[in-house]
Structures are given as structure tokens and as C-alpha cells.
Design a protein around this ligand. Structure first.
Ligand code: RIB
Length: 319
């Protein structure tokens, strides 16, 4: 069977990670952490997650003409991601993220976007040939909004469905929201977009309602280790999180979105695709790093099979 097409437009970073007992406060120095580098960036993480979950992935991005950019492209090629629409930027270095991960697997991230900040609508237009009917376009917000808007417009014009993971959160125009098949905020992103403090199923459903009124067809509000609320024209329900021992939550949302996109592209229902994404995200949380943590399709299928009936979507059960 041919792999389903997924296009990701967005960021690529190299993550410099320090694991330590707790995250330092402003002005504080903590000794004793462990240092690792790993490939990251929300867009690149989504692309890698989608490729490993079984998608035929094209990644549209900007990287610097530097060693970190070379390493990133080599990583994408190893995951069989199409890289011909990645622009190597002369003006800026590749993006870098500094990440602290504490003993509970929680993180704190600062990003220097570098070349990510120069992605343009023209970069997206150059990749027009990759946009094909029936595919899924995945967007996030670590690159300029106008590039994401250009990609969404083109995708809708050729009958692709668009997923926007609104991370990092920012205000969004209704013109963009109306083009989305699916918006996937976490609690804080949903609050920034709607003004509703999201802490449980009821508030998540309320926030999703506001976003749907603004024109989004479907909304999934992710609530970390508790699960995710699905609310939309194509399905509604509660996806419980898979129980795992957390090591590092970095990129769990990215892995969720990448695998979810593959699920949708191969024709699963919204709820089934969300469950596929939730299984991939759960595995990623048990591993250190962003792209290093994205599971292969067989691993996702194994977890789904193990979880069996217990993890089936349970309509609107409390979070
Ligand atoms: O979502 C996790 C990602 O956020 C990291 O890989 C880091 O690069 C930042 O973009």
C-alpha cells in the first residue's frame, strides 16, 4: 500500500538539553546536570514523527548553511523525508533550542529561531508540486505566520486537510482558522486563543466551542498525562492518555500531531487518528529528546494492541 502523503511546513532546531533534578530559578546556578544534543524543532519533530508512523513526508523549512543544518538534513534523509524544498539560508544560522528537563520529565525551553524566522510564502510556493489532493498539511507557529497562511491557502485549494498545532501560542486571524480541518492546542494555548482557563474536560470543551464558532472544523485540546478532548464536526469524545513512566515530555505534542496526521491521511476517523497519535506521544514521553523519542509505526501498533479495549475513546468522560 502506498504511504499516505503528509506535508509539514515549519521549524527545525538543534536541541541542547540539560537533564537535572529541577529547573534553575532566575539568577540560580545548579551543578550536576547531564548534557545531550538532539535534533528538534516543532516542525521537524512533527515531520520525523509522521515519517516513522508511516507517512510519505515532505518537509518545507529553512536551515542555516552550517554544520547543524547539515546534520539536520542528514537526519531527515535517514527517515526518508523529502528534503528538496528545504532552503539553506545564507543570512542566518540554523535554529537552536536550549532545554532543561527535570526529574519528573517536565521541561523549560528557549529558542533562537535563526533561519526559521526567514521562512517565506515564496518558499512555500516553490514547493507547490508537493501539495496533492487527499494529503494532510501540518503547521505550527515557530516560523512566520505568513508562510503558514500561504501553505494553508494552497492546501485548501488543492483539497488537502490542514492541521495547525498552535505552538508556541499567538493570536490567530479567523481567515486562517476557517481554513483548518483541525486545531490542536494544549491547555495554555487554548487559554491564550479563547481567554478560557482550561483545566478539565468541561473547560476544554468550552474552549473548543469558542474556536469552532470562529470557524475551525475540529478541535483537539490536549491535556498532557490526562488525555485529550476531541470536539468537532467529524467526531467528539475523550481520548484517555496511555499510562507510562515519564522521562522527558519534550516533543510529546509534536509526536502526537505527526502521527495523528498519518492516521488521518490513511483514512482513519478523527477519534481513531487521535488515539493513534496519543499512543505515539505516550511512547515519546518515555525517551529523552525530541526526534530521538519519536516511535516507529510497529511500536505504536504494539502499544495500541496492548492497551486493547481499555483505551477506546469514551465519550466525554471526565478528565
Ligand atoms: O516541542 C519541542 C521543541 O520545541 C523542541 O524540539 C525545541 O526545538 C522547540 O522547538
Amino acid at each position: 500500500m502506498a504511504k499516505p502523503p503528509v506535508i509539514v511546513v515549519g521549524s527545525s532546531n538543534t536541541d541542547m538539553i540539560i537533564q537535572l533534578d529541577r529547573i534553575p530559578k532566575p539568577g540560580e546556578t545548579i551543578l550536576g546536570g547531564r548534557f545531550t544534543t538532539a535534533a528538534g524543532g516543532k516542525g521537524a519533530n512533527q515531520a520525523v514523527a509522521a515519517a516513522r508512523a508511516g507517512g510519505a513526508v515532505t518537509f518545507i523549512a529553512r536551515l542555516g548553511r552550517d554544520m547543524l543544518g547539515d546534520q539536520a538534513v542528514a537526519g531527515f534523509a535517514a527517515d526518508r523525508i523529502r528534503t528538496q524544498f528545504i532552503v539553506r539560508d545564507r543570512r542566518s544560522p540554523s535554529g537552536v533550542a536550549l532545554i532543561f528537563v527535570d526529574a519528573r520529565g517536565e521541561n523549560s525551553i528557549a529558542v533562537a529561531p535563526g533561519a526559521n524566522g526567514n521562512l517565506t510564502p515564496a518558499d512555500v510556493r516553490r514547493a507547490k508540486a508537493a501539495f496533492t489532493a487527499g494529503g494532510i498539511l501540518v503547521l505550527q507557529l515557530e516560523t512566520p505566520l505568513r508562510a503558514a497562511q500561504a501553505a494553508a491557502e494552497h492546501a485548501v485549494a488543492v483539497d488537502m486537510r490542514v492541521i495547525l498545532n498552535p505552538a508556541p501560542a499567538r493570536a490567530l486571524p479567523n481567515t486562517l482558522l476557517r481554513q483548518l480541518y483541525l486545531l490542536t492546542p494544549n491547555e495554555s494555548e487554548a487559554e491564550l486563543l479563547t481567554g478560557i482557563a482550561v483545566s478539565d474536560t468541561a473547560s476544554a470543551r468550552q474552549a473548543a466551542g469558542v474556536l469552532r464558532q470562529r470557524g475551525v472544523r475540529n478541535v483537539i485540546v490536549t491535556l498532557g498525562a490526562r488525555g485529550a478532548l476531541v470536539d468537532g464536526a467529524d467526531g467528539a469524545g475523550w481520548i484517555p492518555a496511555f499510562k507510562v513512566k515519564p522521562v522527558d515530555s519534550t516533543a510529546a505534542g509534536d509526536v502526537f500531531n505527526g502521527a495523528l496526521a498519518v492516521g488521518l491521511a490513511e483514512g482513519r476517523s478523527l477519534l481513531d487518528a487521535a488515539r493513534f497519535g496519543a499512543a505515539a506521544a505516550a511512547i515519546s514521553v518515555t525517551r529523552l529528546g525530541a526526534q530521538t523519542s519519536a516511535p516507529a509505526r510497529q511500536e505504536i501498533e504494539r502499544l495500541l494492541a496492548l492497551a486493547g479495549r481499555r483505551s477506546r475513546p469514551d465519550n466525554h468522560r471526565a478528565a
